[in-house]
Design a protein around this ligand. Structure first.
Ligand SMILES: NC(=O)c1ccc[n+]([C@@H]2O[C@H](COP(=O)([O-])OP(=O)(O)OC[C@H]3O[C@@H](n4cnc5c(N)ncnc54)[C@H](OP(=O)(O)O)[C@@H]3O)[C@@H](O)[C@H]2O)c1
Length: 346
């Protein structure tokens, strides 16, 4: 098979497009013929540059922390999955041989694309226990992005913030991956009032186009004053951040009203941010950091995507062989949606 291999940390050209032996599924695993894998700022770009060594990547590495495709081989002991099933897989999974349902597995775990071969390849083997069946009507490119971002956004808004339909949420980085998905979950699934905020008029308007009730450019407006105006002085119930921009987050924090909840799964714009503790205790605010997701939510996320309630924002689909270009695009900060690699395109 053809795959991207990272032998040494470095610039995007450190990603080599190489011929490797086809992987063979072990007991309890399936092999996926990949049609889509997403390119991510931290888990791909920062990792390739050598800034994520604390995660313990094992080089040489086939990167790619998710994939969507078709099962083309099943290992011994796999009875629930068949070849030609459309599936997605991502994230943390068993590293050693594991039963098909994962029950009783007590061995080491780690992310595909970091601790075990990832999705930047024509083929990948993963434990059957992490597979998610794709609904009809959802293409592979969108499915990979849904797998990557929707369960995390869903967890933050439903389980961590416990956002309700009669509440208001302020979504930062409205045009970004978690931001754009968060707006759609908050509006189309939960039914809350949504204020989309971003660093330019164009990016804020993307949030409005995704269904937000209001849009604010936090680089040209005083975010606290704007949110107070939009909420008649009450402030928002939930602040969904995931950026930790030191210039902007303090302003957003002051827009949280009484009993407000700040939820986050990211800090690439920080990580250090000044927080006004008097506002925190006077308003009885809770701050919760929570990456990851609950596996039982994943089918709900795919159902919401198949129903058109949550649409992944894809900027470009590139052949796998152009992974270095994909990294450069993500690094430039210019892309307004996800970059997806498709190994079936070359
Ligand atoms: N599965 C997941 O999605 C997942 C899971 C766990 C954690 N995370 C983390 O969540 C965070 C957000 O992920 P994402 O994919 O949504 O990010 P993203 O789309 O790449 O970026 C979100 C927004 O951050 C702002 N931004 C970008 N670079 C910045 C910088 N250097 N300084 C300040 N602001 C900057 C931009 O908004 P404006 O310019 O409009 O402000 C951008 O739209 C990341 O830290 C990621 O590691 C993601």
């Amino acid at each position: 098979m053809r795959a991207i291999v990272l032998h040494h940390y470095g610039p995007p050209d450190a990603l080599r497009y190489e011929e490797l032996a086809d992987p063979q599924p072990r007991a309890g695993e399936v092999r996926i013929r990949i049609h889509a894998a997403t390119v991510n700022r931290v888990l791909d770009v920062s990792l390739r540059a050598g800034r994520e060594t604390a995660r313990g990547p094992i080089l040489p590495l086939v990167p790619g922390v998710d994939c969507a495709g078709v099962i083309d081989a099943v290992g011994e002991g796999v009875s629930k999955w068949r070849t030609s099933s459309r599936v997605a897989a991502a994230g943390v999974m068993p590293l050693e041989v594991c039963p098909e349902d994962g029950n009783g597995y007590a061995g080491p775990t780690g992310m595909m694309g970091i601790k075990r071969p990832g999705g930047f390849a024509e083929l990948v083997c993963v434990p059957a226990c992490v597979l998610v069946a794709l609904p009809d009507g959802l293409d592979f490119h969108h499915a990979a992005v849904v797998m990557r971002h929707v369960p995390t956004a869903w967890n933050l808004l439903f389980n961590v913030a416990e956002l309700k339909a009669n509440e208001t949420v302020l979504i930062m980085g409205a045009s970004g991956n978690l931001g754009s998905i968060g707006i759609q979950i908050a509006k189309n699934v939960i039914g809350a009032t949504v204020i989309a905020a971003a660093g330019s008029d164009e990016r804020a308007q993307i949030g409005r186009a995704l269904g937000a009730d209001y849009a604010v450019n936090y680089n040209s407006h005083d975010l606290t004053a704007e949110v107070m105006r939009l909420t008649a002085g009450r402030g928002v119930d939930v602040l969904y951040d995931n950026i930790a921009n030191p210039k902007v987050l303090p302003k957003a924090f002051h827009a949280l009203g009484f009993g407000g909840r700040l939820v986050t799964a990211g800090a690439h714009g920080g990580p250090n941010v000044t927080i006004d503790f008097s506002h925190l205790y006077h308003k009885q605010i809770t701050i919760k950091g929570r990456p990851g997701y609950r596996p039982p939510d994943v089918p709900k996320c795919f159902a919401a995507a198949a129903a058109g309630k949550v649409k992944a924002q894809i900027e470009r689909v590139l052949p796998l062989s152009r992974a270095a270009e994909a990294h450069r695009l993500v690094e430039s900060g210019e892309s307004k949606g996800k970059i997806v690699l498709d190994p079936t395109l070359g």
